[in-house]
Write a protein that binds this ligand. Structure first.
Ligand code: F6P
Length: 344
């Protein structure tokens, strides 16, 4: 079989490790992997490159994706479905492995259901919010980066008696904020799943000062709302525009929160936005191993003809689940947030 491998949506540390693992397993079993460029665009426009042994070597520590990525959705373009149909009909490809987030899994499911595309999904996102899997690769790396940043901010916050607000990624779920917040010993954590008001955070900061702690670290997900005791709340965006696929550009909650906290407490407050630093660079060992397990499992699913599925981590096992089950957002475990609050 000739199997196309694609990466779609935002990039994530470990994508290359999945490409390597799936490609090498397929080759070992006598099949031919092909790299589709820029997500599903590469399938629709037949834009591919060979994935031979030299192309699949040296990839484990490499950040980003050697196949490039985009959020191209064939169903948002009039000619998209026909292009995909024609590409599959020309006999170049027998199946597709699609590595992507929730949107990519939705596209994959629709392509499988409507156009009979033989596809297997692999879940990726640093946000760890894909339904059906306990863990996505890239998350551990992002948490590692955010924790290191919090550690570094501690020493400067303490030296200057400052409040430091750290804005981390997390559009719809607060996994990075809560996990890095616990690991870094944050004094306040705000996530998209539940509103914590400016007044509540300000009270925590004041109590710390009363206990002799003249600095505080507050971690906030970019998707958290700026909320007040009188019931006002809003998400903070970079601008009012959405991208061509309808996604809002979130960002700025850190600065908005810092301004409010400084006004409420009178303590000097600064902001650090980690942004795409959390997505770039080399994956941690944990992410490399998870990505490798996913890649091999996806290749095996293709060889077994288990199309319309996504490989997923359940406990310690990699399993196959129907793409139809992969909808919505896996919200953060609020028990973890409660655990973090023990130390505020
Ligand atoms: O989905 C992962 C994520 O990191 C989100 O937390 C964030 O909103 C988004 O990517 C930003 O993506 P980009 O700036 O590349 O569009």
């Amino acid at each position: 079989m000739r199997i196309g491998i694609l990466t779609a949506g935002g990039d994530c540390p470990g994508l290359n490790a999945v490409i390597r693992a799936a490609g090498r397993k397929l080759m070992k079993e006598g099949h031919e992997p092909i790299g589709l460029l820029r997500g599903y665009r590469g399938l629709a426009y037949r834009d591919h490159r060979p994935l031979d042994h030299p192309a699949l070597s040296g990839l484990l520590p490499l950040g980003g994706t050697i196949l490039s990525t985009s959020s191209y959705d064939p169903f948002r373009h009039d000619d998209g479905p026909d292009r995909v149909r024609a590409a599959m009909a020309d006999g170049t490809l027998d199946a597709v492995i699609a590595i992507g987030g929730e949107h990519t899994m939705e596209i994959s499911r629709t392509l499988h259901d409507r156009l009979d595309l033989p596809v297997v999904g692999v879940p990726k996102t640093i946000d760890n919010d894909i339904v059906g899997t306990d863990r996505t690769f890239g998350f551990d790396t992002a948490v590692h980066v955010a924790t290191e940043a919090i550690d570094r901010l501690h020493s400067t916050a303490q030296s200057h008696d400052r409040v430091m607000v750290v804005e981390v990624m997390g559009r719809n779920a607060g996994w990075i904020a809560v996990t890095a917040g616990i690991a870094g010993g944050a004094d306040g954590i705000l996530v998209p799943e539940t509103d914590i008001t400016v007044e509540q955070i300000a009270a925590t900061i004041r109590q710390r000062h009363e206990r002799g702690k003249d600095f505080s670290i507050i971690v906030v997900s970019e998707g958290a709302r700026l909320a007040f005791a009188d019931g006002r709340s809003r998400r903070v965006k970079v601008n009012t525009e959405t991208d061509e696929y309808g996604y809002e550009r979130l960002g700025g909650i850190g600065a908005a929160l810092a301004e409010e906290l400084e006004a409420a407490t009178g303590y000097e407050t600064r902001t650090t936005v980690l942004g795409h630093i959390q997505r770039g660079g080399t994956p941690t060992a944990t992410d490399r191993v998870l990505a490798t397990r996913y890649g091999v499992a996806a290749a095996e699913a293709v060889i077994d003809g288990a199309f319309g599925t996504m490989v997923a981590l359940r406990g310690t096992e990699i399993v196959r689940i129907p793409l139809a089950e992969v909808t919505g957002v896996k919200t953060v475990d609020l028990g973890l947030l409660e655990l973090a609050q023990t130390f505020f």
